[in-house]
Design a binder for this molecule. Structure first.
Ligand code: PEP
Ligand code: MN
Length: 361
């Protein structure tokens, strides 16, 4: 697919600083004291971009919805006195105009705004001519094209300094997470737009402190650009998202414990070992492709046979038999049932497609 994005220029790495980039700050700016104290501690740790919510999109009415414009002078004070760059969420053009009066550096578009192309377009129009970096959170629904669409709208409006924030996706069902990470989506985003920096927001993925390290480590292991994470001077009394915020000290401890792995292997021995493994994988993939080819050839024969004898393509009992058998085998072969189920579903679908084509030729 071709995207209407200036790929070469779509990059705000300079603004972000060195990898891993850590953007941190409270969910909400609550008071001048809370804003200044949190920022002071984060600055001591070497954080240079400070996040804080001024207008808060809340799931239900009646929750704390942010301090609004009153908080902007506090954030400007952080910028002036501590030299941190300030990032806030904007959801309406009016938020941008207000924020500009207070010299806010970076805007982010929240997950509940990215879902709506009208809102994103209004924001893009309001940002025309600005040089500020803009971060775009993934939409709450797992729709990669919608996420990319937001970058395209901003890019068309001339915004060049873009970055993505991966904050997880709504999920109705049992899960440990507040928003399931679905790592395959930011991974695919990276494949399609390799220059776009991706920050993972473990706070809104986890919704609870005890999972933050695991998710942050995964983002590091995937070689994402960095983290966008909530930190509050006193999370117990936070007016929003108290269960997922870390104190600056807690954040420092977690960051110190993360393992930052190398991007490239410089050691020759390690490299040749890895290359040997990769060769083996390539050979196995060749075999896999051959087997798939053969399997589909048989499926075509079955299709022809069913056509001759006027039998329907899809037969539930046969399908249940196939999956049932393979799911039992999955355990023996130490493959997850979820994975085996996915693979066989995909193979079966392709097989039905082939048979369908033969039947209707
Ligand atoms: C936030 O970052 O505080 C926030 C409201 O996040 P999201 O848009 O991911 O829900
Ligand atoms: Mn929050």
């Amino acid at each position: 697919m071709e995207y209407e994005i200036e790929l070469e220029e779509l990059d705000c790495t300079k603004e972000l600083g060195e990898k891993p980039v850590i953007v941190a700050g409270p969910c909400s700016a609550e008071s001048e004291k809370q804003v200044m104290e949190t920022a002071g501690k984060l600055k001591e740790m070497g954080i240079s971009i400070y996040r804080a919510g001024v207008w808060k999109p809340r799931t239900r009415p009646g929750s704390f919805e942010g301090m609004g414009p009153k908080a902007l002078p506090w954030l400007r004070k952080v910028k002036r006195e501590l030299g941190l760059k300030i990032a806030i969420e904007v959801a309406q053009p009016a938020h941008i105009f207000e924020a500009l009066k207070y010299d806010i550096d970076i805007f982010w578009i929240g997950a509940r705004t990215t879902v709506n192309p009208f809102f994103v377009q209004d924001l893009a129009d309001a940002m025309k001519g600005l040089d500020n970096p803009v971060f775009v959170k993934n939409p709450v629904n797992p729709d990669l094209n919608l996420w990319i669409g937001a970058f395209e709208r901003l890019s068309r409006a001339g915004i060049k300094k873009l970055a993505a924030i991966h904050r997880g996706f709504s999920y109705f069902g049992l899960t440990r997470f507040r928003n399931v990470p679905q790592w395959e989506i930011p991974i695919e985003l990276h494949r399609r737009l390799p220059k776009l920096p991706i920050l993972t927001d473990p706070s809104h993925i986890c919704g609870r402190r005890d999972l933050l390290k695991e998710v942050s480590q995964e983002a590091m292991d995937l070689n994402f650009t960095g983290l966008f994470i909530e930190s509050h001077i006193n999370p117990d009394v936070a007016l929003s998202d108290k269960d997922q915020q870390l104190t600056p000290d807690g954040l420092k401890k977690m960051l110190d414990e993360l393992v930052i792995r190398k991007e490239e292997i410089l050691d020759k021995d390690l490299l040749s070992k890895l290359q040997r493994y990769r060769k083996q994988i390539d050979m196995l993939d060749d075999e896999l492709m051959d087997v798939l080819e053969k399997r589909m050839q048989i499926a075509e024969k079955i299709g022809a046979y069913k056509k001759e004898n006027d039998i329907t393509i899809f037969q539930t009992t046969r399908w249940n038999e196939i999956v049932g058998k393979r799911l039992i085998q999955a355990v023996e072969k130490r493959l997850s049932e979820e994975f085996v189920d996915k693979v066989f579903r995909a193979i079966h679908q392709e097989s039905i497609k082939k048979q369908n084509k033969i039947m209707n030729e």
